[in-house]
Structure formats: structure tokens, C-alpha cells
Ligand binder design. Structure first.
Ligand code: HEC
Length: 127
């Protein structure tokens, strides 16, 4: 049996036991591979120190730690709960229409919205 298969089967056994604790992401969505590129492309030009979005909301999307720290009013990501995470509400357009992100632009592609949702629901890990 090759190493890849072993890793996979270990992951799925653990996943059956407990997803979050095992550190397995069944969807394969990862922060560094999937989430960070979406934020870098669509958010960080406003949400980085000195820029408009950062100045108004305090949110910096350029690193995992900054993202998890959130904005002026506290965390915007609730690990395991995309439904009540402000980040997801805004990109999905579930908040008021004037407060959709990216600010004043086209909505993100559905695929990216799904990726952010899956990542948060799977624990918003730094993986
Ligand atoms: C064109 C600039 C711009 C872009 C691009 C942008 N934002 Fe924003 N963002 C803002 C501004 C400005 C605010 C402050 C609220 C307002 O004025 O609407 C804000 C506020 C927020 C808030 C609310 C913070 C709070 O405390 O409630 C979140 C969450 C957020 N943005 C996430 C994102 C995400 C995620 C993206 C990328 C998908 C993004 N933004 C892209 C400008 C931007």
C-alpha cells in the first residue's frame, strides 16, 4: 500500500470518529491553497493596513491571523458556523445589499462563495 493511500484511509477513519479534532478536511479545502488566493484576489486590495476597507472595518485579509482577529467589532469568522459568520453573510449577500463584499463590485463566483463556506464549516483552520 502506498503512502498516499495510507494517509487517505487514516484520514477517513479519523473523519468518521471526529472531523474537527482529527484535522481532516473531507472536502480538501485548505486555507493556503484555496481560501487565501480568493481573499488576495478579491479583498486584500481594500482590506490591508492603510486601505479603505481596513480603515473602515479594521479587517485585514492578508494573513490567517489577521483574518481570524476580525474587525473593529470583533471576529468575523466563527469556525464551524458559516451561517452566522459575518464574512460569509457579506460575500453571500445575506446582509443588507449595500453591505455586500467585495464592496461595490460583482459578487464572487459561486464556486468561491462555496469554498469560503466549506472552509468555515470545516473549522476555519490554518491548513
Ligand atoms: C473596494 C474595496 C473593498 C473590497 C474589494 C472589499 N471590501 Fe470589505 N469592506 C470595504 C469597506 C469600505 C468596508 C466598511 C463597510 C462599508 O463601508 O460598507 C468593508 C467591510 C467589510 C466587512 C465588515 C466588517 C464588520 O466589522 O462588520 C467584511 C466582513 C468585509 N468587508 C469582507 C470583505 C471580503 C471577504 C472581501 C472580498 C471578498 C471584501 N470585503 C472586499 C471595502 C472593500
Amino acid at each position: 500500500m502506498n503512502a498516499g493511500f495510507k494517509a487517505l484511509s487514516r484520514c477517513s477513519i479519523a473523519a468518521a470518529a471526529m472531523l474537527a479534532a482529527a484535522g481532516c478536511t473531507p472536502s480538501g479545502v485548505s486555507y493556503s491553497k484555496d481560501v487565501q488566493p480568493i481573499l488576495a484576489k478579491n479583498c486584500s486590495e481594500c482590506h490591508s493596513p492603510g486601505k479603505e476597507g481596513f480603515i473602515k472595518s479594521g479587517l485585514d485579509t492578508t494573513s490567517y491571523d489577521a483574518l481570524m482577529r476580525g474587525g473593529k467589532f470583533g471576529p468575523l469568522v466563527r469556525p464551524g458556523d458559516a451561517l452566522s459568520s459575518t464574512l460569509n453573510m457579506l460575500v453571500e449577500g445575506r446582509a443588507h445589499a449595500s453591505l455586500r463584499m467585495p464592496h461595490g463590485r460583482e459578487k464572487l463566483p459561486d464556486k468561491d462563495i462555496e469554498t469560503l463556506k466549506t472552509w468555515v464549516n470545516e473549522g476555519a483552520k490554518n491548513n
